[in-house]
Design a protein. Structure first.
Length: 342
């Protein structure tokens, strides 16, 4: 810790754990209120929640209290242990992503040399939790939703990973902090006023990343695993009370995490023009800079969610295997050639 206070290892670990545990509900609160309750409401010419707190600011807390008061129901023929563990696995996947996401030069839980590999690996664990929920519910709709989600997550994991490789080639590192520094220290034709955010050369990579992240979040137009009009809620159909709340928090917490990852990889992360990458000032303003970039990418996610209709299952698979993956491979090829040439 760089706060002038020497902490024992267990104390430092406890502080880091508490920070990550606080981030997920806070991130969910921010995204749900700003976008799900308000921004989308304004886009649709309505007010959204207005009664709980000023301008409905406490509505999500009221919703959480409501879910906590509901009865925890378990289907009679369900596998009780797997059924109970599934939402924990999904939320745990989100929790693990935040471990390597930096918010400043020193504001990171653990700066791993293989940080991007770690983040993408743990994000895929949610597929296991979804499959567990679908199978353990002893419900045909839930099982169908779980199988849809597994096929979807497997199909879009590949373009998600391939979209990141272009950034790794340019930065020559897998460490998320070093990727931010590479953008901060970069120059555009000899001018370093705004550094060299990789979105300028990896715009195709960012586009693929955001599409794949949308599918990983199972948000429209990729919401087939929970399609209410087709499979009555899919893998979540038998969940109630606080277990459903865990799924809800995981969805929006993961949206926040993917937006943060996109901001780090393509938009320069916590760095702000005019400061050295190792400036202590960025430990103060870095989280604010990151939050602004995260909200910008989150807006795109929710804008798409409420704009486009749901795809068919065959269209989803064709889009991944016949379009996104070839495009991502072409982007890697061009990036590699330009890296060697220049």
């Amino acid at each position: 810790m760089t706060l002038g206070i020497e902490l024992a290892y267990w104390q430092e670990t406890t502080v880091k754990l508490a920070v990550v545990l606080a981030v997920i509900p806070t991130a969910s609160l921010i995204l749900v209120y700003l976008f799900l309750f308000k921004w989308v409401s304004f886009m649709q010419s309505r007010l959204g929640p207005m009664e709980a707190g000023p301008h409905g600011s406490l509505q999500l807390i009221a919703e959480a209290v409501k879910f906590l008061q509901k009865e925890d129901l378990v289907p009679e023929k369900a596998d009780r242990r797997v059924f109970a563990l599934a939402p924990v696995v999904v939320l745990g996947s989100t929790f693990l992503m935040f471990v390597v996401l930096p918010a400043g030069p020193d504001l990171v839980i653990e700066s791993l040399e293989t940080g991007i590999f770690y983040a993408l690996a743990v994000s895929s664990l949610s597929a296991l939790g979804v499959l567990m929920a679908g199978w353990a519910s002893a419900n045909k709709y839930a099982l169908l939703g779980g199988l849809r989600a597994a096929g979807q997550l497997i199909a879009y994991e590949l373009p998600l990973v391939l979209a990141v490789i272009g950034v790794v080639i340019q930065a020559e590192t897998l460490n998320l902090q070093n990727i931010v520094v590479a953008q901060a220290d970069g120059e555009i034709f000899g001018w370093g006023g705004i550094g060299f955010p990789f979105v300028l050369t990896q715009f195709i990579g960012l586009l693929i990343f955001m599409i794949a992240a949308q599918a990983e979040l199972t948000q429209a137009p990729f919401d087939m695993p929970i399609a209410e009009s087709e499979i009555v809620g899919g893998f979540q159909v038998e969940y109630s009370g606080f277990r459903f709340l865990l799924f809800f928090m995981a969805e929006f917490g993961t949206a926040f995490a993917f937006s943060a990852l996109g901001a780090v990889l393509f938009l320069g992360g916590w760095w702000f023009p005019g400061f050295d990458a190792d400036s202590d000032t960025l430990n103060v303003i870095g989280p604010i800079v990151m939050l602004v970039k995260i909200l910008a990418l989150s807006f795109v996610i929710f804008w798409v969610r409420f704009t486009y209709p749901r795809l068919r299952e065959d269209q989803l698979q064709k889009f991944a295997w016949k379009f996104l993956i070839p495009l991502a491979l072409a982007n890697i090829l061009v990036t590699g050639i330009l890296k060697v040439a220049f």
